[in-house]
Design a protein around this ligand. Structure first.
Ligand code: TMP
Ligand code: ASP
Length: 248
């Protein structure tokens, strides 16, 4: 619940509220955690605040580098005011290192560094289990135009590169990440949703053990324990990097 605001939509990790301004929504980050299309459910203490804080910082870093995002500001630590967008029902995944479903579906070895970042599209549809899409399927399903797919691919690669560099400053390797994009009232494509340990694979550079190095939701998916500590550690490292001052 957020004051008297009207709920627009409740997802697995966030609630979206309508505000007085039709161009602005309020995203309230929850502590709830799900995996495997919500077949596994749980809660991660303080996740809402941690993911909102990490996401906000990453959106600001990207905005400073010229990436248009839906982020406006944080009225409270677990809330984000965002520009209202129509979310494209596509999960855009960028992978730098083989892990997760890429290993399961291709047999590539966990940890194999990919020759170049791999961009994949998944259909955001829980009933269908978020299937992997080809470019032509995107067109057949009329989920995006060829121009939009080109723009999203270019943006996803740019965002991945910027975040890879940022996380390296934090002693963290960005293994892969999931991005979502939306269209604003002018049909501009904005980066939306969140970027957090729920939506990225993050490995601690200081650790080599394949379980100990995990600082993301794989700790929850695979019951590795110490989830709260890992999320907290990501936040701690991310907020230590200072943002450049604006000149105006
Ligand atoms: P995958 O290897 O399971 O396909 O996941 C790739 C990346 O996408 C990983 O960083 C986790 C993230 N992800 C989400 O954010 N939401 C999802 O529903 C899934 C399946 C993955
Ligand atoms: N989005 C997935 C779920 O629906 C969670 C995940 O594996 O990231 O439960």
């Amino acid at each position: 619940m957020s004051g008297n605001l009207q709920k627009l939509y409740e997802g697995k990790a966030k609630i979206l509220y309508i505000t007085d301004n039709p161009e602005i929504l309020l995203a309230d980050f929850k502590d709830d955690a799900t995996a495997f299309n919500a077949q596994k459910k749980g809660s991660i203490i303080d996740k809402g605040r941690i993911n909102c804080s990490i996401s906000s910082k990453l959106f600001q870093i990207l905005a400073n580098k010229g990436i248009k995002t839906h982020f406006i500001d944080n009225p409270t630590p677990n809330q984000m005011r965002v520009k209202a967008v129509t979310i494209l029902p596509i999960e855009v995944i960028v992978r730098n290192i083989a892990a997760g479903s890429l290993c399961q579906q291709t047999g590539l070895e966990l940890g194999k560094v990919l020759l170049k970042p791999l961009v994949e599209f998944y259909y955001k549809n829980d009933q269908l289990g978020d299937p992997l899409l080809t470019r032509d399927r995107l067109y057949v399903m009329q989920l995006a135009t060829a121009e939009q797919v080109d723009t999203i691919t270019h943006l996803a690669l740019q965002i991945n590169k910027l975040l890879q560099e940022f996380f390296q400053q934090c002693g963290i390797t960005l293994v892969d990440l999931k991005l979502e994009f939306g269209l604003d009232s002018q049909q501009q494509i904005l980066l939306a949703d969140e970027i957090s340990p729920d939506t990225c694979r993050l490995w601690d550079n200081a650790k080599t053990d394949p379980n100990q190095r995990v600082m993301d939701k794989d700790r929850f998916r695979k019951d590795l324990g110490n989830i709260e500590d890992a999320y907290q550690e990501v936040l701690h490292r991310v907020i230590q990097v200072t943002l450049p001052q604006k000149n105006n």
